[in-house]
Ligand binder design. Structure first.
Ligand code: SF4
Ligand code: SF4
Length: 296
């Protein structure tokens, strides 16, 4: 049965699938220590619901299997006409990945529920407190690099992660988690422009450009703008430095930054209302552009 689910997942376009038991996640203690240290910045939601994070059965009564799924995003980096960029996961020309990813998961759930009659499932795409990298690792999808990204050997780390929790008892064979293949490499740590990545798996989110340009309640400072290397939304630098990610090309698919900043809220909504850019919104994006272009 797990082979059939795996085959259907790959048919649907997923690039990785792993099965785990709904037990205390392997890296729960590390996670708890990390949030206790305050390095989650202003993302206070990360320290809530610890009892659910520790016991994922609380997310679906009767859950017997966690299915982790890796859904690829483009390896080409989106760029504006005047050469500024956005993190790859933002996919400004497509519907928000939460919508697209969930649709694919619904197809897979349909298939699972045909095989396991009477089972029920819950899809999680950033929608519930679960230690997703920990389960994806336990399920054998990849290893967790020194940059804290899950890396699929032979593919890299340019993908989203999500889960299907199901009451079906999928009889999957135990798979040894992937070996850590970083070796002596420190390219991601050396490349991090802000010092957020201090060492192997030693990460301060409050200094990370992904947090500072999207999540933080404070706007990016001019001094931080100088470290953003033309990227005004998110940051891919520690992934671009990684030898497991080969493609570092850009695709100009956005108007120039002046035109973006000149948009009305209505223009922005029409152009980007269904994309992941709607989350930071026009005001935030304009402030980031000012900081990165030095026009503050
Ligand atoms: S995303 Fe950017 S700022 Fe954050 S850890 Fe990676 S390189 Fe550093
Ligand atoms: S850049 Fe090197 S150390 Fe960092 S995650 Fe990739 S292989 Fe590991």
């Amino acid at each position: 049965m797990p082979e059939r689910i795996r085959a259907r997942a790959f048919e649907l376009g997923f690039i990785g699938i792993g099965f785990s038991m709904p037990v205390r996640p392997l890296f729960f203690d590390e996670y708890r220590r990390w949030v206790s240290s305050g390095r989650n910045g202003g993302m206070l939601w990360m320290q809530r619901n610890m009892e659910i994070r520790e016991d994922p059965i609380k997310l679906l009564s009767g859950c017997r299997t966690i299915i982790s799924l890796a859904c690829p995003y483009p390896t080409e980096k989106p760029a504006t006409e005047d050469g500024y960029t956005l993190a790859r996961y933002s996919t400004p020309l497509q519907d928000d990945y939460h919508i697209r990813f969930k649709e694919k998961c619904k197809e897979l759930v349909k298939y699972i529920e045909e095989i396991y009659k009477g089972s029920s499932s819950r899809i999680l795409i950033d929608s519930a407190p679960i230690l997703e990298r920990s389960f994806a690792y336990s399920g054998g999808i990849g290893f967790i690099g020194k940059n804290n990204m899950l890396i699929i050997p032979g593919y890299g780390s340019y993908f989203y992660l999500g889960e299907i929790l199901t009451t079906a008892l999928v009889d999957f064979p135990f798979k040894d988690p992937n070996t850590d293949l970083c070796g002596s490499c420190t390219a991601c740590i050396d490349a991090c422009p802000t010092g957020a990545l201090k060492g192997a798996h030693d990460f301060d989110a409050s200094m990370c450009l992904s947090y500072l340009t999207i999540e933080s309640l404070e706007l990016v400072t001019p001094s931080m703008g100088k470290l953003m290397n033309r990227c005004f939304l998110g940051c891919d630098i520690c992934q671009e430095a990684c030898p497991f990610n080969s493609a570092n090309t850009e695709i100009r698919c956005m108007p120039d930054t002046g035109s973006i900043m000149a948009m009305t809220d209505e223009d922005f909504l029409i152009n980007y209302g269904r994309t992941a850019l709607s989350r930071p919104g026009l005001k935030r994006i304009s402030a980031n552009i000012k900081a990165v272009s030095g026009s503050v």
